[in-house]
Design a protein around this ligand. Structure first.
Ligand code: ATP
Ligand code: MG
Length: 449
């Protein structure tokens, strides 16, 4: 065989230039920066067990992408040609989950390794259990199994479709993802419009990854988003709640919120918040500030609660309802109760809010009027309240939005850290002067002489 041909074949096998048909680019261990010693040992164990049992198995998705970018992966996903039942037979700690997308969870203590069987083309589906699509082109079931090359093109972005092969530590790339990662470009695989229709959540994933990784959306990936934002209305509210969590708790909430508004996606997640923009501009400012605070808390390793986040997001709509009910003649306290009910019910149509968060949101809101009273006994009780901290944080945001009497937030800052004597003095500064009792009226005598 001529030397040049041998060289060419070698090049295709070990490197390749661009994916040609079903031929992947193989990036050898010495040509990429993915360090398997930094990967989860459990994920590597899963890959090795599957490989030893004669299956193909790879690390895939976010963990490979983040590893290449020197970031800490959130979780580890494995892709294999073993079918769910075959995976289950190999691992005692395995549970099969999901209907829309059936996969295996292998648990090691608190860590779960997600193992998915290669997905194939839907034209090969033999039943509704495997593949089903809505009238809008949305995939309701994605359980058609296939080969590695088919699996690669069923993934969302090229950066998410890289496979790490542990036997030779190579990266297998069918979609030019490696190059896109080097260029910090987020590119949807295939025809973007079709892929967004198949699963509109991919629009939110585009925003999240572009913000989190500081990647630009490729032109074709970006172009259809604004015109297809309404497709998000077809997504079950429970899935959108999960997606909202991921969007805002990934440490880049400020950018995410900007992008969601820019691409007209925000109103499909928080319609009443966006609508209240004109009526309560202060509330919009509170949201912007909450995004900054959320990112800061995450950066310094502090926890963030979805309840507080929703309490801020929905503060504007709550005011709209509350004001209307009061105008209708309902006294403030029952009006607030009804307004809370309405606000949460309205939001739940878009993103379900789990019950445990509903209770906390309600408490944070109910404490707001109580925070305006600075009576010593009541204030001391309030500081001990389980939700005081969150309610106080909301109060600070309201103060910045000039919604509260000036100095109220600062007063609570001092009060909660003061000793009882200083607390008394602080309360005395704001003690309401006692109402003077009116002297009893003299009865008028009709027959005054
Ligand atoms: P991270 O875990 O950091 O949020 P990730 O890329 O790992 O990011 P996952 O939701 O864990 O995202 O999904 C794992 C992989 O599964 C993705 O990288 C992608 O290849 C594929 N994937 C996930 N969701 C979709 C989707 N809606 N459409 C197509 N492929 C998807
Ligand atoms: Mg992941």
């Amino acid at each position: 065989m001529p030397k040049r041909l041998i060289k060419k074949i070698k090049k295709i096998i070990t490197r390749g230039n661009t994916p040609d048909g079903n031929m992947p680019v193989i990036i050898g261990a010495n040509r990429h920066s993915f360090d398997p010693s930094l990967a989860s040992p459990n994920a590597i164990r899963v890959v090795d067990t599957l490989t030893k049992a004669g299956y193909e198995a790879y690390l895939v998705g976010g963990c490979v992408r983040d590893g290449l970018l020197d970031l800490d992966p959130k979780d580890f996903d494995v892709s294999t040609d073993a079918h769910p039942e075959e995976i289950k037979a190999l691992f005692r700690n395995c549970r099969l989950i999901g209907r829309r997308f059936r996969l295996a969870h292998i648990r090691y203590g608190r860590e779960i390794i997600e193992v998915a069987t290669f997905r194939g083309s839907h034209s090969n589906a033999s039943s509704d259990q495997q593949s089903s699509t809505s009238d809008h082109g949305m995939l309701l079931r994605d359980n058609v199994f296939g080969n590695l090359d088919e699996d690669a093109v069923r993934r969302d972005f090229t950066a998410n479709a890289l496979y790490y092969r542990h036997e030779d530590q190579a990266i297998v790339d069918y979609v030019n993802g490696f190059e896109d990662i080097q260029n910090r470009c987020l590119r949807l695989i295939g025809d973007p419009e079709l892929r967004y229709k198949e699963d509109p959540v991919r629009m939110l994933r585009a925003i999240r990854f572009s913000a989190k990784l500081d990647f630009d959306l490729s032109d074709e990936t970006e172009a259809p988003i604004r015109d297809h934002s309404e497709l998000l209305g077809l997504i079950p509210a429970a899935r959108l709640f999960d997606e909202v969590q991921k969007l805002f708790m990934s440490g880049v909430a400020v950018t995410v919120w900007d992008l969601l508004q820019h691409y007209d996606l925000a109103r499909w997640l928080f319609p009443s918040s966006v609508e209240s923009k004109n009526k309560h501009p202060g509330a919009m400012g509170m949201i912007d500030q909450a995004m900054i605070n959320t990112d800061e808390r995450i950066a310094s390793g502090k926890s963030v609660t979805p309840a507080f986040f929703y309490a801020v997001m929905l503060w504007g709509p709550l005011q709209t309802h509350w004001e209307k009910l009061k105008r209708d003649g309902i006294p403030p306290v029952p009006a607030l109760q009804q307004a809370i009910q309405r606000t949460l019910q309205q939001q739940a149509k878009h993103t379900t809010i789990p019950k445990r968060f509903v209770t906390t949101i309600r408490e944070i809101w109910e404490l707001q009027p109580r925070l305006t009273r600075r009576h010593i006994k009541r204030a001391q009780q309030l500081v001990e309240h389980q939700r005081f901290r969150a309610a106080y944080d909301l109060l600070l945001l309201r103060e910045q939005a000039e919604e509260t009497p000036a100095g109220l937030g600062e007063w609570w800052t001092e009060f909660q850290h003061a000793d009882p004597v200083a607390q008394k003095a602080l309360a005395a500064d704001h003690a309401q002067p006692r109402k003077k009792r009116r002297p009893p009226r003299r009865k008028r005598r009709d027959n005054q002489q």
